[in-house]
Write a protein that binds this ligand. Structure first.
Ligand code: PMP
Length: 407
């Protein structure tokens, strides 16, 4: 068993200590969004109580403190993803905005009719729709890496999908609908061997495993803070400095400029060139506090504990009759998607809620995955390091209750 003191950790997450319909809350919807520890809540509140001011522009003390805290958070993100420089970290609203930024600033200017953008069958809509919109605009083609019944990428034809027309490969590190961990490092190597740039969607990876952009050697890496114990509305885009330098800004406005006249605007240096307007200062500070918190728990330690949780849940739930697990790769993180025979997932979610078990039901913004399995939706339990084996037992009890009700 893991050396983490889960009960002590749970005390840091006040929201977990409540009852729903008289049952202890079992929050198993972490892939949608995670809960926040007091350390994050306090960091945000303290900022507003003591330091609130706009960043970068003020000479007064509060503005300097706000700027130091905001830029300090950037350094924490740089360290968290093992980037080389703070210039490579752009604060954004989340993974969605980061992908749209890359689509518009990097890919759009070089995309022509007949070009291809390579994604996979198990992407979140955030890593499908922005690319599809670009393709529609210029007459380019969206090419999709297929998947298997186990919910793994089918890489048998992968080499052939990387062509001279491919302008970018954009793939998820961990699938939010299935939990599959994809071999993104190997895929990046192969794409690079053909000169194809790579974006990795780390939204479901960063809460569960160490992120190392230099090891992955990806050109872009994106994630959202709210899935890793930080506030909503903040996330980061990592980009290799040499590439970011060459890119034109996506949005224009204050802070992204060096000088403006009606004749000409000179853009600011990295990373500010991509941060038009007043940023989410408190969100960035909260993200920094979340990184501190995860590092104090130990990312390798929390990953190992979550693996135990997932193995236990998979064995318990998988042992039940009349139920099908969707996504059965050996390489998985955090997610257990399933279907109970004869019961719509939305009914499952409602009955679970009446027992205090919070899960997500639906297509999980991955409708092509649902189409692949020929189902409208799944019930999805997703774990974080504050979850317990007792909560897995509550999940199993809730499934049995549904089966009794629908027997
Ligand atoms: N990619 C993946 C794999 C996700 O799970 C999500 C969120 N569910 C996103 C991208 C989009 O994240 P956000 O909505 O925070 O921008």
């Amino acid at each position: 068993m893991s050396g983490l003191d889960i009960q002590a950790i749970r005390k840091d997450f006040p929201i977990l200590d409540q009852e729903i319909y008289g049952f202890p809350l079992a929050y198993l919807d972490n892939a949608a969004t995670s809960q926040k520890p007091v350390q994050v809540i306090d960091a945000v509140a303290d900022y507003y109580r003591e330091d609130n001011a706009n960043v970068h522009r003020g000479v007064h003390r509060l503005s300097q403190r706000a700027t130091d805290a905001y830029e300090g958070a950037r350094s924490k993100v740089r360290d968290f993803v093992s980037a080389q420089s703070d210039k490579e970290i752009v604060f954004v609203r989340g993974a969605t905005e980061a992908i749209n930024l890359v689509a518009h600033s990097f890919v759009r200017p070089m995309l022509h009719a007949g070009d291809e953008i390579l994604i996979s069958h198990m992407e979140h809509h955030a890593n499908i729709v922005p690319w599809q919109m670009l393709c529609d605009q210029v007459g380019a083609k969206l090419v999709v890496i297929p998947m298997t019944e186990k919910g793994e990428l089918d890489l048998t034809t992968f080499d052939d999908l990387l062509t001279s027309k491919t302008k970018i490969m954009a793939v998820g590190q961990v699938s939010n609908a299935l939990g599959t961990i994809n071999p993104v490092k190997m895929m990046t190597e192969k794409a690079h061997a053909k000169g194809i740039p790579v974006l990795i969607d780390g939204a479901q990876a960063v809460p569960h495993m160490p992120a190392d952009v230099q090891d992955l050697d990806c050109d872009f890496y994106v994630f959202s803070g709210h899935k890793m114990f930080a506030p909503t509305g903040i996330g980061a885009l990592y980009g290799k400095q040499a590439i970011l330098e060459e890119m034109v800004p996506w949005q224009g406005g204050g802070d992204m400029i060096l000088s403006v006249s009606f004749e000409k605007t000179l853009y600011n240096e990295l990373p500010y060139k991509f941060e038009a307007g007043t940023p989410n200062i408190s969100g960035a500070i909260g993200l920094g506090a979340a990184i501190d918190y995860m590092q104090s728990v130990g990312i390798a330690e929390l990953a190992a504990y979550e693996h135990e949780l997932l193995m236990y849940a998979t064995a318990q739930v998988g042992g039940l009759e009349g139920l099908r697990i969707i996504g059965t790769s050996d390489q998985k993180a955090s997610v257990l998607s399933f279907m109970i025979d004869g019961v719509h997932p939305h009914d499952v979610g409602t009955i679970f809620d009446q027992q205090g078990v919070a899960i997500r039901t639906g297509h999980h913004c991955a409708q092509p995955v649902m189409q692949f399995f020929g189902i409208p939706a799944t019930a999805r339990a997703s774990f974080a390091f504050y979850n317990t084996m007792d909560e897995v037992d509550a999940l199993v009890g809730a499934i049995q209750k549904v089966q009794e009700l629908f027997a």
